[in-house]
Design a protein around this ligand. Structure first.
Ligand SMILES: [Zn+2]
Length: 158
């Protein structure tokens, strides 16, 4: 399933971030993947979303104890916010090690292969971001429900 994000989404999500006490903001970047930029404290939102590796992502969140039933798009966003919220727990050296491991997996394994994602989701910074996303989704159900409404009202399916 292809999803197109709209510029209004970014505006509304930024309001949600501010209202809920986050300093992180998001920005639209049609060339980018959904990702977090630590230097700018920005979550880049792509033009399109292709939900293919999602079943492994969801399985990973369930394994970490996720009980709520939010959409993968909402949880992917929480994952990026999770990077922003947990990054300070890693030293520069530890953070670099995570990047090196992910780069190595990308070279050694096919990125379309399940094995790549199974390894990827085991890297410390990814585990931290996923655990944070699980915690936030399960502890702040109403806030995340509102985020999900904002997302579903501002994406185009097709
Ligand atoms: Zn990540």
């Amino acid at each position: 399933m292809e999803i197109t994000y709209t510029k209004k989404l970014v505006k509304e999500v930024n309001k949600w971030l501010k209202k809920n006490g986050f300093t992180t903001r998001c920005a639209f970047d049609k060339e980018s993947d959904l990702c977090y930029s630590p230097d700018e404290d920005l979550i880049y939102v792509p033009k399109e979303y292709n939900g293919e590796p999602d079943s492994l992502f969801m399985r990973c969140l369930r394994n970490l104890g996720l009980t709520s039933d939010f959409d993968t798009i909402t949880l992917s966003f929480l994952h990026e916010l999770g990077h922003a919220q947990t990054l300070h727990l890693l030293t520069t050296k530890e953070s670099k090690k995570c990047d090196v491991l992910k780069a190595m997996y990308a070279v050694a394994l096919d990125e379309d292969d399940d094995d790549f994602y199974l390894k990827y989701w085991e890297v410390t910074d990814e585990v931290m971001a996923n655990k944070w996303a699980v915690m936030y989704a399960d502890c702040f159900d109403k806030k995340v429900q509102r985020l999900e409404e904002i997302i579903s009202e501002n994406v185009k399916f097709g």
